[in-house]
Write a protein that binds this ligand. Structure first.
Ligand SMILES: Cc1cc2nc3c(=O)[nH]c(=O)nc-3n(C[C@H](O)[C@H](O)[C@H](O)COP(=O)(O)O)c2cc1C
Length: 364
C-alpha cells in the first residue's frame, strides 16, 4: 500500500505527492452558459486534498462536440476565467490540475449542438438514432487546431496539464475504430491511417505547449482498449496504438475501464488482464494509469499488482471524497454511497446517479 502513497515523478520532472489521481468524471452541473458552477467548484475542492492530481470532467473544444447537458466548455477564450476557477480549486487542495479535453463526435447531443449537426469520422449512427455526417478534411483540421487552442486556454487558466480524451467512444476513438471510420483519405484505412487524426491532435497540443508553457506541462492520453462491434477496435489494434503512443511526446497513457480486472476479449494472444497485456507492450517507456472498480484499499493493492504506475479513482471518490487521506491514516473507508452524508456532489450528478441505479454502489 505504502508505495502508492509515495511521490511519483513524471519523465518531465514533475512530481505529484502520491500515485492516486481522481479519474475524470462529468458532473452535468455547469451553469447555463457552460461555465463552471459554484457547486462544481466545491465538489472539486473537497476532492483535491488527498490525490496527487485531479483530472477534470471532459470539457468540449468546439460547440459541435458538446456531449452532455451541463458540460463545461473550453471552446473559446471567454471560458478561461471559468477554467481558472477549476484549476484554483484543485490547487487549493494541493493536487495538480489536469483538464480533460474532448469532442463528442457522433455521441454529441443533437439539441445541444449548433443546427443539430452531428459529425463523425464517417457517416454513421448518432447517439439519438439519427445520423452523424462525415467531417470534411477542412473541418478535421479545424478540430485539430481547436485541441491546440484549448490547450493554450488550459495553460492560461493555470492548469498543470491536459488529458486528451481518446476513449469512451467519442470522436478520437471514432476515428481509430474501423466501425465508425470508413474513410479512404489519409484519415482512414489501415490501423496506422486511423491513428492519423489522434496523432495530429497530439502534435497540435504539443505545439501549444511549446509556444505557451514549458516542459513541466503534462500531456496525457486516454484510450479505451476494445469495442464489441464486428468492425470495432480489437485489443490487437490497441496494442499497435499503445506501442505508437508510448513513443509520442506524451507524459502518460490512461486506460479507460470499468473494472481493472477485465480481461481481453478480442485478442489473438492469451486473453488475460488487459492492463497487464498493455503494460508489457509499454515496457516502461511511459507511465501508465490503471482504473476501474477500485473501492477498498485491498482493491487498490490488487490493481497495483497489474504493474501500473498510477491509479485513478472515480466512483470511490464520489463515495469517499477523502479516500486517500483516510487510507494513508489507516482509517476505514466506506465503499457504498452513504446517502445521508453531505459529499458535496452537485445535484445534477446525484440525480443522474439515481436515474442509473447500479452505476455507483449504494446510490438509491
Ligand atoms: C459520473 C461519471 C462521469 C464520468 N465522466 C467521464 C469523463 O468525463 N471522462 C472520462 O474519460 N471518463 C469518465 N467517466 C469514467 C471514469 O473516468 C472511470 O473510468 C470509470 O468510472 C471507472 O472507474 P471507477 O470504477 O473508479 O469509477 C465517468 C464516470 C462516472 C462514474
Amino acid at each position: 500500500m505504502t508505495t502508492f502513497l509515495t511521490p511519483f515523478t513524471f519523465h518531465n520532472g514533475v512530481t505529484i505527492r502520491n500515485r492516486y489521481l481522481m479519474a475524470p468524471m462529468t458532473t452535468y452541473s455547469a451553469n447555463a452558459d457552460d461555465t463552471v458552477s459554484d457547486a462544481e467548484i466545491t465538489y472539486y475542492r473537497e476532492r483535491s486534498f488527498g490525490v496527487g492530481a485531479v483530472i477534470t470532467a471532459c470539457a468540449y473544444v468546439l460547440p459541435n462536440g458538446k456531449g452532455f447537458p451541463g458540460q463545461i466548455s473550453a471552446h473559446s477564450d471567454e471560458y478561461i476565467l471559468s477554467l481558472k476557477r477549476i484549476a484554483d480549486a484543485i490547487h487549493d487542495g494541493g493536487a495538480k490540475a489536469i483538464l480533460q479535453i474532448y469532442h463528442g463526435g457522433r455521441q454529441a447531443v443533437r439539441d445541444l449542438v449548433p443546427n443539430g449537426d452531428i459529425v463523425s469520422a464517417s457517416e454513421t449512427v448518432a447517439a439519438d438514432g439519427g445520423m452523424a455526417r462525415a467531417l470534411t478534411v477542412e473541418e478535421i483540421e479545424e478540430i485539430v487546431v481547436a485541441f491546440g487552442e484549448t490547450t493554450r486556454r488550459a495553460i492560461e487558466a493555470g492548469f498543470d496539464g491536459v488529458e486528451i480524451h481518446g476513449a469512451n467512444t467519442y470522436l478520437l476513438q471514432q476515428f481509430f475504430s474501423g466501425f465508425t471510420n470508413k474513410r479512404i483519405d489519409r484519415y482512414g484505412g489501415s490501423v496506422e491511417k486511423r491513428m492519423t487524426f489522434l496523432l495530429e491532435i497530439i502534435e497540435s497540443v504539443n505545439r501549444a505547449k511549446a509556444q505557451y508553457a514549458n516542459d513541466q506541462f503534462i500531456i496525457g492520453y486516454r484510450f479505451s482498449p476494445e469495442e464489441p462491434e464486428e468492425d470495432g477496435i480489437t485489443l490487437d489494434e490497441t496494442v499497435q496504438l499503445v506501442n505508437r503512443l508510448a513513443d509520442e511526446k506524451l507524459d502518460y497513457l490512461h486506460i479507460s475501464l470499468g473494472d481493472f480486472r477485465s480481461k481481453a476479449h478480442r485478442y489473438s494472444g492469451e486473453k488475460e488482464n488487459r492492463i497487464k497485456i498493455l503494460k508489457l507492450i509499454i515496457d516502461g517507456r511511459i507511465p501508465f494509469i490503471g482504473v476501474g472498480s477500485i473501492y477498498s484499499p485491498e482493491d487498490a493493492k490488487e490493481a497495483m499488482e497489474t504493474g501500473v504506475d498510477l491509479l485513478a479513482l472515480g466512483r470511490e471518490l464520489l463515495i469517499e471524497a477523502h479516500w486517500v487521506e483516510k487510507v494513508a491514516a489507516g482509517e476505514p473507508v466506506i465503499t457504498e454511497m452513504d446517502m445521508s452524508r453531505d459529499n458535496n456532489i452537485p445535484e445534477p450528478l446525484m440525480n443522474m446517479m439515481k436515474r442509473n441505479v447500479g452505476w455507483v454502489p449504494g446510490v438509491k
